[in-house]
Design a protein around this ligand. Structure first.
Ligand code: IPD
Ligand code: CA
Ligand code: CA
Ligand code: CA
Length: 254
């Protein structure tokens, strides 16, 4: 199953790599921080067709509409282009994210950054890989750690909490990177380049695949309150290596 999903996601990546005149193909969904391009729609159409041909009994749950009622035990959770703003502006930090969940638990995950040529994959209980090689979270402690985070700018009700958490982690010696694609940000923790990822509100397609990658790389993923994430519902996400995982106990509350 994982190899078949990888093959489909790689082929979807060709649609991203062949993109041209992206600005002209761009529309605002809910304001300037929420964009959709013709390529988001084309990649999602392709993934829906190919993934459901692979596992016809599964439901499809993707960012750009086409949601099935979730009645099957199996669900494909899909972000056709994560990091659309980067894609529109020509930053290569963008990815296709596909998770396959069974009974609400992610079993397979693929995050592919086609412009960088990086493919992250994981199967529950089978470890996590980058381009076929095993990856692991780092062993750095908070005082030597980097945080990648998303700012949830489209919903200002999270602003105070977001900056309170940034300030809290900053005061404990952690430094920051803000790259602009949540699924790939989670992969930075899985690959041991960063130690913490957080965002106050994400949708299932932003974090479903990346969360399994972090877990299979030896890290932990919870909500900002330290409770279990639900890959079929929106919510906050906190991912970390083992030494930073305990920080959720002290984070500023919403
Ligand atoms: C967004 C990106 C961004 C995160 C937003 C997401 P999109 O996804 O992952 O980094 O901060 O919360 O919505 O819209 O580019 O698929
Ligand atoms: Ca979007
Ligand atoms: Ca996304
Ligand atoms: Ca998207």
């Amino acid at each position: 199953m994982l190899e078949n999903i990888i093959d489909i996601v790689r082929r979807a990546g060709e649609l991203v790599r062949s993109a041209h005149n992206v600005t002209a193909a761009t529309h605002e969904k809910n304001g300037p921080a929420d964009l959709v391009t013709e390529y988001d729609l084309a990649v999602q159409r392709f993934l829906r067709q190919e993934l459901l041909a692979l596992l016809p009994e599964a439901d499809f749950f993707g960012e750009e509409g086409q949601h099935d009622a979730l009645t099957s035990p199996w669900t494909f959770i899909v972000d056709p282009i994560d990091g659309t703003t980067n894609f529109v502006r020509g930053f290569a930090y963008t990815n296709i994210s596909v998770a396959l969940a069974k009974d609400g638990q992610v079993e397979y995950a693929v995050v592919y950054a086609p412009l960088a040529g990086d493919l992250y994959a994981a199967r529950r209980g089978g470890g996590a890989t980058l381009n076929g090689r095993a990856i692991h979270v780092s062993g750095r402690d908070p005082g030597h750690s980097l945080v990648v985070c998303g700012s949830t700018i489209y919903d200002r009700s999270y602003t105070e909490r977001h900056f309170a958490i940034m300030r809290y982690l900053y005061d404990r010696g952690l430094d920051y990177r803000r790259f602009g694609a949540a699924a790939l940000d989670l992969c930075q923790v899985a690959a041991g380049r960063a130690e913490v990822f957080f965002e106050c509100r994400l949708s299932p397609w932003d974090f479903a695949a990346g969360s399994l990658l972090v877990q299979e790389a030896g890290g932990c993923v919870t909500t900002l309150e330290g409770t279990t994430i639900d890959p079929l519902r929106p919510g906050s996400v906190f991912a970390a290596n083992a030494l930073c995982g305990g920080l959720t106990a002290e984070l500023p509350r919403g």
